[in-house]
Design a protein around this ligand. Structure first.
Ligand SMILES: Cc1cc2nc3c(=O)[nH]c(=O)nc-3n(C[C@H](O)[C@H](O)[C@H](O)COP(=O)(O)OP(=O)(O)OC[C@H]3O[C@@H](n4cnc5c(N)ncnc54)[C@H](O)[C@@H]3O)c2cc1C
Length: 487
């Protein structure tokens, strides 16, 4: 029975672990933290269960990645579907409900952006093709000759309708009459789901993520971490190992293959194959001198990913009675998004009593931020770092107050987190989160690392971020590992 060691119990690592276990592998997952899920984990603090990063769970529709995974493994997610609006977008002059059902959604976009109908038709058509491709056995980007030869098998007649859009940016699909509020509405969604705004986001990928509200959005009982906790439960009950407090500090490499992982608890795990649920930067650090030249070159050449500034808040539920749990705010549609100008807020559902002490709710508020300024201040000017943290806290609270009046008064506990906090808790260098901006399908990162029995899994590889995205990526990696180890 081949043995695989997986570094990290994020959604990517756990999904690949479960799939390989199902195929008969011996599986050991080594997780540095005390709980699973990484950026999509849920942590306890003062009686609250706070979502560490991810809050919006999509991809639970009939053909969605989480549903497919549950079918393969025979597990049941502890979730309830959101049936009304997946989230609400608050622009300075407009409030737009992201309805789950197509008809109310059509009425909503026609009321707010009457000129946008042709755009949404095109978006829907492209999204349908992309979702269809991504849920079939379509090896993209092809990493081997075998995969290149298999590509045409994934194509159907209607797939060809997407071909002219392959080199295009989403901006090219926007209507001529586009006003700053419509562009900000589209860009805010692209930024959270493709890590790029319409000027840069790939047209096909962008169309797909604009469909997210209508692709099986659910509440995960007890918080987002429930996805990872369910996977760990499944792995353990099927004979796999998922060990916490085991941070991998070093990998032994011999003749182009990894032979063992060493943890901070002096555990040495030998295996036939290894998976890093890591960014390329983190993997390069772990490999040290043994990092292949291609990997070293890659991390030097690449721009950093985005970071996140977050607030975790404990709210008096008698003040914040809002039943819709997810809210997105753009403060000024003429300014760049992120850095407090666009904020995503998620409240725990009113009826989820596992998330907070009685009479309270949790909230996770986040905004995209560039990691480099935070890193420099943290290392060189701690006072300025603290000042910046206070300033960003104010920005995010201002945004919250706009969407949910009374937020400041209701907030009995407010804990800010910077990219440095993410670096500390998720071990992602510089606190870079959310994967690479999806600017071109031709630049998609494959799981390969330059070492024969070591692959990457998680949001650095195609199709990138979100629990649904990393689940799709992990399905592909599990197949690749099984194929390549057999050959
Ligand atoms: C603020 C924020 C908001 C987001 N919002 C959403 C959202 O609403 N919906 C959504 O679907 N997605 C969202 N995302 C993105 C989503 O959370 C991620 O894309 C996804 O969870 C990443 O999963 P991953 O498999 O790449 O692993 P990660 O989450 O990066 O987990 C990796 C794991 O590996 C562990 N690890 C790292 N190094 C080591 C080591 N050396 N040894 C042992 N263990 C190690 C870490 O502790 C961690 O648990 C958000 C992300 C952030 C940061």
């Amino acid at each position: 029975m081949p043995h695989i060691a997986i570094i990290g119990a994020g959604i990517g690592g756990l999904t690949a672990a479960a799939l390989l276990l199902k195929q008969g592998w011996q599986v050991t997952v080594l997780e540095a933290a005390a709980y699973p899920g990484g950026c999509a984990g849920t942590f306890f603090h003062q009686g609250y269960r706070f979502d560490a990063g991810a809050t919006l769970a999509g991809g639970f529709d009939a053909n969605g990645p989480h549903t497919k995974l549950a079918d393969i493994l025979g597990l049941t997610w502890q979730v309830s579907p959101i049936r009304d609006a997946a989230w609400v977008v608050h622009l300075p002059e407009k409030t737009i409900y992201q309805y789950v059902e197509p008809n109310p959604w059509r009425n909503e976009y026609l009321t707010n952006f009457p000129y946008s109908e042709a755009f949404w038709h095109k978006q829907e058509q492209l999204a349908k093709i992309s979702w269809d491709i991504s849920t079939r056995d379509f090896p993209f980007p092809p990493a081997t000759l075998n995969e290149t030869l298999r590509l045409p098998l994934g194509l159907r007649l209607d797939t060809f309708a997407a071909v002219p859009y392959l080199p295009r940016k989403l901006r090219g699909l926007l209507p001529r009459q586009t006003q700053p509020d419509f562009k900000a509405f589209i860009d805010a969604q692209l930024l959270i789901s493709a890590q790029a705004i319409s000027d840069d986001a790939d047209a096909l990928y962008g169309s797909t993520v604009l469909d997210l509200p209508r692709r099986g959005v659910v509440h995960v009982h007890g918080g987002m971490g429930g996805i990872a906790e369910t996977l760990v439960g499944w792995i353990r009950s099927h004979g796999g190992q998922a060990l916490y407090h085991q941070q991998v500090k070093r990998l032994d490499v011999k003749n182009g293959r990894v032979i063992a992982a060493h943890t901070n608890q002096s555990l040495r795990v030998e295996a036939d194959a290894f998976l890093g649920n890591l960014t390329p930067w983190a993997l390069t650090r772990l490999l040290g001198e043994a990092a292949p030249t291609s990997l070293r070159r890659e991390v030097k050449r690449r721009h950093p990913m985005w970071g996140a500034f977050v607030l975790h808040a404990g709210l008096d539920a008698s003040i914040i009675r809002q039943p819709i749990t997810h809210h997105q705010i753009v403060m000024d549609v003429n300014k760049k998004l992120g850095e407090g100008n666009s904020v995503f807020i998620s409240l725990s559902p009113l009826n989820d009593d596992k998330r907070a002490p009685q009479g309270f709710r949790t909230a996770t508020l986040s905004t995209h931020t560039s990691v480099t300024a935070w890193d420099q201040l943290y290392k060189q000017n701690p006072a300025a770092y603290e000042e910046r943290k206070a300033e960003y806290t104010e920005r995010v609270l201002n945004a919250a107050e706009r969407a949910l009046p009374g937020f400041r008064k209701a907030a009995k506990l407010v804990m800010p987190g910077t990219p440095h906090t993410y670096e500390f808790y998720t071990r992602r260098p510089l606190g870079m989160v959310g994967g690479f901006p999806q600017t071109s399908l031709f630049h998609a990162r494959s799981p390969r690392t330059g070492l024969r029995n070591l692959w990457l899994v998680g949001d650095s590889i195609f199709p990138g971020q979100s629990t649904a995205g990393v689940t799709l990526g992990a399905m592909r990696v599990a197949r690749l590992v099984a194929d390549e180890t057999r050959n």
